[in-house]
Design a protein around this ligand. Structure first.
Ligand code: 4AD
Ligand code: MG
Length: 502
């Protein structure tokens, strides 16, 4: 019996005979040779089966296997620097567990709707496999970071009796006849816990009834929320900066092959070093009104418009080539794939042509007092090569619990961290209002009922101290680190408006 091992561990078995247990990713044959690319969850390995008297039965069994058939392959491990994982298996035996036929996700191109509906199978594709491994490492990094730095984990409830963030995005649930809400944040509860433990965090799923379909919004997403006692805005920023650097460096160290597979520009991630930029909301408003931004967007628009023309021409040419008489099947498939990719890019570029003028108008007419929109954040982030903190927003556009600034009472001591390359907000946080009277005033302004928050107000009655914290969204962080356009691929099963299957 050969040793059973995994593709990731083949390096420990060079020259030995081993068995891999996995699935058939793809295969091709050339005369007496059969090339089976097998995946087993830890990687991909090419297994080469040569037809001989000894292998005739295995050769026959393996020759007609469909994509994603499950199988064991036994063979001798050879180091081969050209192979995906650096090793190859000179196969001597194949045992078929199940011969699968008609696997829906073929090497041909598929549209995103189809892939999302087949998410349970799409997992097995290389890019999706890489993304969820990066997510795993980021989640592990978050836990590691807080556990090693003296934070106590506090699991906060998912059934929440009152709003923690804006009332517009609450999901109501019937709780034995009482309306309660799915938690938008664990923050109010970690504030209570930090008065007991000093440094705490919660980490779990949060829910927002986001009625817009954007690249950045899910209705169910994961957020980690640290909260520290005896802390001001600077302390909170320092913590956010340190955590983000830790996560980027850990991912670069441990998931380089996955990032490379995703085509991520690693230099951009390597540039994520302290100190991050810091600007105030008022400075951000000035930037949005600047000539530099007008020029940036004018150039973007010209570039997108030119690309639309280029793509349309390219697609016409490819379509002609694809449907030309006598074109080989493999060639037609390849062209179909390229056409689908071009069509995706065309949709993106056409969207840009439609949106950029709107973004220009929003930036130029930005009024002090309003929240920064997604496009505004993208602009600010693009003008910086490292993450940038935007602090001190007008209090009217932020949550009731944020600490009023002592020098300028129009603004609060809050922060949003914008990721570079236009990714926008990945962290939102603040120092908290620790003064009972001011907090009550803000709650009245927001129309919040005092009795709903009685326990929270107690924290300001019994030993109140300056404190603060933030929330980091896991999916937005994964999208940024992986360099993905859309957040939907960063979570195993995405929940968005209009999407709840599978
Ligand atoms: O800025 P937000 O709303 O902050 C809070 O919830 C605070 N209570 C956190 C705190 O201070 N303890 O959300 C924090 C982060 C955002 O920066 C973003 O990364 C993510 O959560 N986020 C979302 N991610 C995906 N889809 C959505 N709909 C999101 N809404 C927020
Ligand atoms: Mg926010």
């Amino acid at each position: 019996m050969a040793t059973v091992t995994t593709i990731a561990k083949l390096g420990e078995h060079v020259g030995e005979t081993v068995t891999l247990r996995g699935w058939l990713y793809n295969s091709r044959s050339s005369g007496k040779l059969l090339f089976l690319v097998v995946r087993d969850g830890t990687g991909l390995c090419q297994c080469v089966l040569e037809k001989s008297e000894a292998t005739a039965a295995a050769f026959e069994a393996a020759r007609h296997l469909g994509q994603e058939s499950s199988l064991h392959v036994t063979g001798t491990v050879r180091a081969d620097p050209r192979s995906p994982g650096g090793h190859e298996l000179a196969a001597t035996d194949v045992h078929v567990v199940q011969n699968a036929s008609g696997y829906p996700i073929t090497p041909k191109a598929h549209g995103i709707d189809f892939l999302m509906k087949n998410r349970h199978l799409w997992f097995r594709s290389q890019r999706q496999w890489a993304i969820l491994r990066v997510r795993h490492t980021i989640v592990e990094g978050i836990r590691e970071y807080f556990n090693r730095n003296g934070f106590i984990l506090i699991d906060t409830p998912i059934f929440a009796p009152a709003a923690g963030e804006g009332a517009q995005t609450l999901f109501a649930v019937d709780y034995f006849g009482e309306p309660v809400y799915l938690a938008q944040t664990g923050q109010l509860y970690v504030e209570a816990a930090c008065m007991a433990h000093g440094k705490v965090y919660c980490f779990g799923p949060t829910f927002r009834a986001e009625k817009s379909k954007t690249r950045r919004h899910l209705t169910e997403f994961w957020m980690v929320e640290p909260e520290i006692a005896y802390a001001d805005l600077d302390d909170v920023c320092a913590l956010a900066e340190d955590l983000v650097c830790y996560l980027v460096q850990k991912t670069l160290r441990e998931r380089r092959p996955e990032l490379e597979l995703l085509g991520r520009d690693l230099a951009k991630l390597e540039a994520v070093q302290k100190p991050f930029y810091r600007i105030t909301y008022s400075q951000a408003a000035e930037i949005l009104h600047s000539e530099r931004v007008r020029q940036l967007l004018t150039d973007d628009l010209a570039r997108a418009a030119a690309r639309v023309v280029e793509l349309k021409k390219l697609m016409e040419e490819k379509e002609q080539e694809r449907t030309a008489p006598g074109v080989k099947e493999w060639k037609a498939d390849k062209l179909a794939h390229e056409l689908l990719e071009a069509r995706d890019e065309l949709a993106d570029q056409e969207e840009a042509v439609r949106n950029i003028p709107k973004h220009m108008e929003l930036a130029a007419n930005f009024q002090w007092g309003g929240d920064l929109g997604g496009s505004d954040e993208t602009i600010i982030a693009r003008l910086h090569d490292r993450p940038v903190f935007v602090t001190h927003y007008p209090r009217g556009c932020k949550a009731f619990y944020m600490k009023r600034n002592a020098a300028d009472p129009r603004v609060v001591n809050n922060l949003d961290l914008l990721a570079p390359e236009g990714y926008g907000e990945i962290i939102g946080g603040s120092q908290r209002e620790d003064d009972l009277e001011m907090l009550l005033e803000r709650m009245r302004e927001e129309g919040l009922k005092e009795e709903d928050y009685a326990w929270y107000l107690d924290l300001r009655r019994y030993g109140t101290v300056p404190h603060g914290g933030f929330g980091l969204g896991v999916e937005r962080t994964v999208a940024w680190i992986c360099g993905l356009k859309h957040i939907r691929e960063t979570i195993p099963f995405a929940r968005m408006m209009g999407r709840i299957y599978p």
